[in-house]
Design a protein around this ligand. Structure first.
Ligand SMILES: [Zn+2]
Length: 293
């Protein structure tokens, strides 16, 4: 049987908060159920929003909470450069981009969101390919897009069954580089998942529409090994409040400073997690010698 590899990949744009903790509970539980290794990765491709002090604080909070990832990736993030920190691996994305250019058209696109019709089952804007054929070194503000094949995709989701998607029809050509010249989330995550051997992607249902285009992009980049996904529903805190990734109101840091124990923080995040009744698998593994609280 193929070794399952999943990842926990926060963006250091703020402190670790309850939404992260609830998601981590899902990742660690699903990994335990499928005997998967968990790689930790810092998704700091967006240099305008990410800060290294948040990275330190997120890793420290994860350690304190007892979420133990694969030791190699965790230890690697103590050093600079690290293979698990996106900002340290610009050559990796540049090399993948060179490869992409050989297998599909890439072009500069100056269209604004307003110029794109809304469509798709999830209300995503579809890019109609207006700028195909334009160079990738245009004047002014532009993104770089890659022409996506028209294939229908089928990806197995452990929680939802088969996901059938039509990325070209629903979203159009994917953005590879943003207006600041930075590699996009979609591109980095595909390249990194290939590099890290990730074949089990656990994430919230809001990212379900990304599945097909990430698979097409991966295939363009030469990926042959399939991945499966596990898209969990929106998560709710113990108090019934929705836990979104953008909700920074309840940071682990603040809860620690108030004297809350790790068990109390995990309980506050964990109640609304689907299947959280199975307490045995919900509890993350403690690291050896890690004192509770
Ligand atoms: Zn355009």
């Amino acid at each position: 049987m193929t070794l399952r590899v999943t990842r926990f990949a926060p963006s250091p744009t703020g402190e670790l908060h309850l939404g992260h903790v609830a998601h981590a509970i899902c990742v660690w539980r699903i990994a335990a159920e499928h005997n998967a290794k968990i790689v930790v990765r810092m998704e700091d491709h967006d240099r305008t929003r990410c800060k290294s002090e948040y990275e330190h604080s997120i890793l420290d909070d994860l350690d304190w909470l007892g979420f133990v990832p694969d030791a190699v990736s965790r230890a690697s993030l103590n050093s600079h450069p690290s293979a698990y920190r996106q900002s340290d691996n610009t050559e990796r994305y540049a090399a993948a981009f060179e490869k992409l250019k050989q297998v599909t058209d890439v072009y500069g696109c100056s269209c604004t969101r307003a110029m794109m019709p809304t469509s798709g089952p999830d209300g995503e804007r579809r890019y109609p390919g207006t700028c195909r054929g334009m160079p990738i070194d245009r004047e002014g503000r532009f993104v770089v897009r890659a022409r996506m094949p028209g294939d229908e995709t089928e990806v197995e989701d452990l929680l939802l069954g088969s996901l059938h998607q039509q990325p070209q029809h629903d979203q159009g050509d994917v953005a590879i580089r943003d207006v600041f010249g930075q590699w996009t989330y979609q591109f980095c995550v595909v390249v990194d998942d290939m590099h890290d051997g990730v074949n089990l992607i656990v994430r919230g249902e809001d990212l379900k529409p990304s599945t097909g285009r990430q698979w097409l992009l991966a295939k363009l980049l030469g990926r042959t090994a399939p991945f499966v996904t596990a898209h969990h529903p929106l998560l709710y805190a113990a108090d019934g409040k929705k836990l979104s990734k953008r909700d920074r109101s309840e940071t682990v840091r603040a809860m620690r400073e108030r004297g809350m124990s790790r068990e109390a923080v995990i309980a506050a995040a964990g109640v609304g997690v689907p299947g959280a009744g199975r307490q045995g698998s919900a509890a993350p593994r403690m690291s050896p010698g890690d004192p509770p609280g």
